[in-house]
Design a protein around this ligand. Sequence first.
Ligand SMILES: Nc1ncnc2c1ncn2[C@@H]1O[C@H](COP(=O)(O)OP(=O)(O)OP(=O)(O)O)[C@@H](O)[C@H]1O
Length: 848
Amino acid sequence: MENLDQEMNKSFSEPDSSENEKAPTGLLRMLFQHADWRDVVLMALGTSGCFIDGLSVSAMMLVLSRLMNGYASVSSLTLADVNQYALAFVYIAIVVGAGAFLEGFCWGRTAERQSTRMRTKYLKAILRQQVGYFDTTLEASRVTTSISIDTLNIQGILSEKIPNFITNIWMFIAAEITGMYICWRLAIVVVPAMFLLILPGSFYGKQLSSNEEKLQEAYAVAGGIAEQALSSIKTLHSYVGEEKMVKRFSTALGPTLILGIKQGLLKGMVFGSMGIIYAIWALLSWYGSVLVIDKGIKGGDILSAGVCVVYGGFGLGSSFMNIKYFAEASISAAVISEMIDRIPAIDSTDQQGTTTSPVKGELEFKDVDFAYPSRPESLVLRRFNLKVKACQTVGLVGRSGSGKSTVINLLERFYDPIEGEILLDGICIKSLQLNWLRRQMGLVSQEPILFATTIRENILFGKEDATGEEIEEAAKRANAHDFITQLPKGYDTLVGQLGTQMSGGQKQRISIARALLREPKILLLDEATSSLDSHSEKAVQEALTRASVGRTTIIIAHRLSTLRDADLIVVIQSGEVTESGSHDQLIGNTGGPYSVMVQLQKTLVVDGKTLSQSQGTNSTTLVSPAMTTEKTGLVVTSLRHKEGADQQVDEEDSRPSWRHLIQMNAPEWKSALMGCIGALLNGLIQPMLAFFQETIKENIAYGKENATEAEIIQAATLANIHEFISSMKDGYNTYCGERGVQLSGGQKQRIAIARAILKNPAILLLDEATSALDLKSEALVQDALEKTMVGRTCVIVAHRLSTIQRSNRISVIDNGRVIEEGSHDDLLAKGEEGAYFSLFSLQQQASK
Ligand SMILES: Nc1ncnc2c1ncn2[C@@H]1O[C@H](COP(=O)(O)OP(=O)(O)OP(=O)(O)O)[C@@H](O)[C@H]1O
């Protein structure tokens, strides 16, 4: 284990390249690192503008001193002199104006150019990083902060602070020299006094900015809480977590009150210390008068020299103010440069490495050991060996959390093994060119992620230069074309942030189309059809079977029927291959893990009651005459042919949603109202679970405020997740990662179920709550849920009919309407004409 830790440290914790050990970026390097020759010219012009601008006080005072002196001896002042002075002021105005314009324009322009380049490089650098880096070091929020706040900081420095600094410091030098020139006797006495003005200002100014920093930090923490809340708004509403969130928010804001008071005091001191200026004027006027009386110096010279010295002092003070921004900006620049210079161990921009042609698609895992960078102490794969022949279809099965998705993560080189190697056509994938390797694979992941753009663009991610026909063809093969064309904007429909405006099944089909468009040599399907109803699944499954011809296909599935025709089925337990062979071979091994799973699945699908009785649940306890304790199952189908081909469906209607449920139940508004009120106390579990960046314990505790440790453990035990949690080094304090990325799909669902159980709600809403679970876990969780359901109203959305078979009422929904309703037996009695019957028969056939 020590070796393992060392290896992990080498792979993930240490910087990947010696370049990263460079000293923090200095100000000069920061200034010029993103500049091209045009920027150098712009900065040179801008700097000359600053010098001209900084001369304004001196030039004005030189002319003014003469004019004032002229007033003093008014008899010798002619109109021609006055005109000359006035003209001199006009010239000053033009020259200074032009200088100030150059200053503002050139620095502003170059700031924009340099920061745009920096932002682009930064984003490129982030996208280049390996997945493990994000697991350990970087949180998405930090990236967004850097890309917005840090780059804005630097842009502000370039466009404003640097020109300000140069102008002011030059104004100070020029004004003090001019003061000396006009009246050195006065300047020599007053200049030291100026420090009385500058020192307290800069002392309090420093305090002010450090206080401001603390204030910003506190606001950032509070902002982070608000951001988390908004990104998980459904879960938050459902768990009535608003108050808890507001409490956390106001606790985070607590320090700002004290800091705010301190801020006020410091600002007062800064502004108050400006009063010293009047004392300086007192000294100026007294000593100036002495010089006029004793030395016969002209009044105009005294006044102009005094103004030069004082304004010069202000210039120095203002330039000091900029210094703190330079320090801040160089920190920002260091953060950005560090990222830009960072060369990851798995570098997606690396063009090195070999490629093979033609690709056969043979895969081999040789003695692979792997642990995720965020949990180096828990080995997920150990001595993992797997050989896949070219064009074979291989199914991976195993309990939730056994390491199936990890196999895919390693094939895609999102991570590298700690020990052992992975070969493609006999070549270690580490020596293959990374982008080429990834281009050989088409991945449909467990929780398909769509980009916030149109369906067309999302499919195009599979192959950038695909034609319209190719896109449609891929969508047809993924059984997505029909639903897409029924949307008012068809392929140009926007899918929303992360695809939230699409149903789970629609997202899966779009991402299957995306993978198929690529025509990959290796197809990786991680629970690719788990969110589809039986009809769609059958169609997509057939398409995938066709698509798998001539390519190597790896399928992860909990529904074993999906894998029946696979050439090889591999059973994974705790990261090790425990059994492998064809379906028939594995079935022949009675008592083996695979045949046990198949038996369990048959029992579940053919007769839901058998399982539950064998586990001691009395299904009759679910039946209750009162409406509030009814259990309703909803089956969402895609039986469009039943509705007629010409049916117009709007974008909303094509999505099964709770809104439709409400619309459909409009006549039963009283019950609906009761339900809505009750829903404020309800438990909602849906597959796209929103998780905060918190620990497992905190996530479960969302179910109930002030829940005790014992209650949390009890809920976790019922949700069949306690064992996994206890096996973790940090137990219940294990960090879940951004939106739970550090957990497997099934683990996330079970934690969400524990949260719902803890909440003890009046109404339980289960939206495909167990779809990501293996059969054994599902059976156990189902059992726990059924115990939880006793005495409450439950609405269950499920594609696996075994899940809802025992509901008091089952509603079959198609295109936003209930097309059939009744108990399981009632619906089956309708025979072949019935929609439920046909779904049920499909699932039965599949499980045989
Ligand atoms: N990014 C991550 N960081 C740390 N641990 C992780 C990460 N992703 C997964 N794990 C852990 O690795 C183990 C294997 O996860 P994996 O996703 O491979 O399981 P799985 O067999 O696909 O499960 P499921 O059937 O539930 O999807 C789990 O214990 C999980 O908690």
